[in-house]
Design a protein around this ligand. Structure first.
Ligand code: BGC
Length: 348
């Protein structure tokens, strides 16, 4: 395993780096401390041809473009939506930025994805790893509590990219961190033929503004069912209302595993290249987003098309702070936030 580092730019007098983690089996992962963002995963197909399976940008300037859709970044404090940007914590109501229709999305105007994080090369579980840290001050984006956040990326010789998150607060707050990587196991083009399996019998249905209604629905007999592997495109064009609301998949799946335990969440297979991606997480939910709004966005090699990528975002359920029946997203000074998510890249 090898780690390299180069200067990528400078923002507000803080150096931005591009790091590379390389294992001996030909997988190379590139990460920047701007947004603690996953920039590239270069990995071979079953013939040894390398492709970059992360859709996004090639340069820091690209990541700085307004309205780029959170490519590869760490999202916080609260990934996904909070209805009307409002939540009540310990009896106080907080007004968060309304930046997605009438709702709060992905931490607000300047979320964790737009920060330059401190970075350090460390040893983690016996491997060289990258550690990113920052302090989100009390009141930032109107969230309560000084929150110290740490994210560690490590790559195994077996192709497992592991992301360990930790956050510590001095006041009760809400935390929901995720990585917003856009994957495409072919490297580019449509992902509709890539086969998805999600380890979930249930999902949280949404209203027309993509906020969960609070209900929990079974996936059975609906296009939402990914318990057996099927092409992402197989049912995506059906007139099922949930798919019409989101122009495709953009839903929180309830992963079938014990709460807070690391467990299998999803597997994606590209039968053409033989590349596979497996996901494991401690989180209760995974947002499967079929990239329904990326058409025309400049990617690494030209303009992207809708469904030219997919996201599998480990998370607490969206709008948990306003839903009593969802597993809590509260973090207190007595109890830190912890999360582990693993993306394993392989071939068959
Ligand atoms: C959300 C989508 C949103 C995308 C980019 C995803 O996590 O679920 O609704 O369009 O992020 O912002």
């Amino acid at each position: 395993m090898k780690i390299e580092q180069k200067i990528w730019g400078n923002i507000d007098n803080k150096d931005v780096y591009l790091f590379s983690l390389k294992n001996q089996n030909g997988t190379e992962v590139k990460i920047t401390n701007y947004g603690a963002t996953l920039v590239s995963v270069l990995t071979p197909d079953n013939q040894g041809n390398i492709a970059d399976v992360i859709v996004g940008k090639n340069s820091l300037e690209g990541f700085l473009e307004k309205d780029q859709p959170y490519f590869g970044a760490v999202i916080g404090r609260y990934a996904n939506r909070i209805a009307n940007g409002q939540c009540t914590i310990d009896g106080t109501t907080y007004d968060l930025a309304v930046n997605n229709g009438s709702n709060h999305l992905h931490g607000g105007i300047k979320g964790f994805d737009k920060k330059v994080w401190d970075s350090e090369t460390i040893q983690y579980k016996g491997r060289p790893a990258l550690s990113f840290s920052m302090l989100s001050p009390d009141g930032e984006e109107n969230y309560p509590g000084n929150l110290k956040v740490n994210v560690v990326y490590s790559l195994s010789e077996g192709g497992e990219l592991r992301i360990d998150y930790k956050a510590k607060t001095d006041k009760t707050t809400i935390v929901n961190l995720t990585n917003h990587a856009y994957f495409n196991l072919k490297g580019e083009g449509s992902t509709l033929s890539q086969e998805m399996l999600i380890n979930a019998k249930e999902f949280t249905p949404i209203n027309k503004d993509s906020v969960p209604t609070g209900e929990i629905w079974n996936v059975e007999n609906s296009p939402m069912d990914f318990r057996s592997s099927k092409p992402i495109g197989q049912d995506i064009k059906s007139s099922y209302e949930q798919l019409l609301f989101a122009k495709g998949y953009d839903h929180n799946y309830i992963i079938d595993k014990p709460l807070n335990k690391l467990g299998f969440a999803a597997k994606v297979v590209d039968t053409e290249s033989g590349r596979t991606l497996e996901m494991y997480t401690t989180e209760p939910g995974v947002q499967f987003y079929s990239a329904n709004w990326i058409e025309g966005v400049e990617g690494k090699n030209g303009k992207l098309e809708n469904q030219g990528a997919f996201c599998l975002e480990a998370q607490k359920y969206p709008d948990t702070p306003n839903k009593e029946n969802f597993p809590s997203a509260l973090v207190t000074p007595e109890k830190d936030y912890v999360q582990t998510t693993i993306y394993k890249f392989d071939v068959f």
